[in-house]
Design a protein around this ligand. Sequence first.
Ligand code: OFO
Length: 171
Amino acid sequence: MLSTEMEKALNEQIKIEAESSQVYLSMASWAETQGFEGVAQFMYAHSDEERMHMLKLVKYINERGGHAKVSALDAPPLSFGSSKEMFKTLFDHEVMVSKSINELVHISLQEKDYATHNFLQWYVAEQIEEEALARTILDKINLIGDDKGGLYLFDNDVKQLTVISASSPQP
Ligand code: OFO
């Protein structure tokens, strides 16, 4: 059985994951309107992944005798300036999510809720991957600068990253 505090904190994470999904969906749509087909594909796939992160929490809370709550979400930004700015936003967003996961781990230890602590390890590992991926993309984009040809190749490159993450094992 989840403690009241643990349940509340996990429910807050549901909102964060759902908002992540919306942020990436908005990035996908913006990238598509800018002609970045590969980036759009990457963002659509990422949006789906975030929804899966959210659903995993919903199922877990209910399985442990709590009530997973589906709440209203904050609207994501509609445009992102440039690909570079967008990926910087993505990176900062993931750093924020990692902090939030760490806080959940902290609460699980305080509550001596070792089942939830164990459950959260999947998210801890996932955040390492997500931050590393965002950092790799940012490094690439910084190398390219404003070079149009480079940006075209980058757009194609990002498609490959989508394929890799889409084929990695799902929980
Ligand atoms: Fe759910 O990992 Fe990104 O936000």
